[in-house]
Design a protein around this ligand. Structure first.
Ligand code: ZN
Length: 126
């Protein structure tokens, strides 16, 4: 068992933060996303991986967020709540490719982990 599920249990503020960013600072936020994607490296699975050991963090407008969550919420202009978890369909926690991310519940996330444990990861599904 790896520690994937731990990272997903983020409590990084309410949807108020995201609506504030999306309504008032979207161009700047998108620029930051572009910068993050530019720093990262695309691997053979199509993952865009940050050059960090642990999932990269981003500080923006007074709050620190996991980079993948930042990229996903800004790109999709999604006002995520604390109940929403941003999931990695590729199960690479350092991946910030918006195409590999999706929103789900904590229960979805657990089920995902079980499926990977049972069946392995199928990159054809990404
Ligand atoms: Zn990925």
């Amino acid at each position: 068992m790896d520690d994937t599920s731990i990272e997903f249990t983020l409590t990084d503020g309410s949807s108020d933060y995201w609506s504030f960013i999306i309504e008032n600072h979207l161009p700047e936020a998108l620029e930051r996303v572009a910068g993050l994607l530019k720093e990262a490296v695309r691997d053979q699975n199509g993952c865009i991986v940050t050059p960090t050991v642990t999932p990269r963090k981003v500080r923006f407008k007074g709050q620190q967020k996991a980079a993948y969550r930042f990229v996903f919420c800004v790109t999709d202009q999604l006002e995520a709540t604390t109940e929403d978890v941003v999931r990695h369909r590729c199960h690479n926690r350092r991946c910030i490719n918006p195409d590999h991310l999706e929103i789900g519940s904590k229960e979805d996330n657990k089920r995902d982990d079980w499926e990977v444990l049972a069946n392995g990861l199928d990159f054809g599904l990404l």
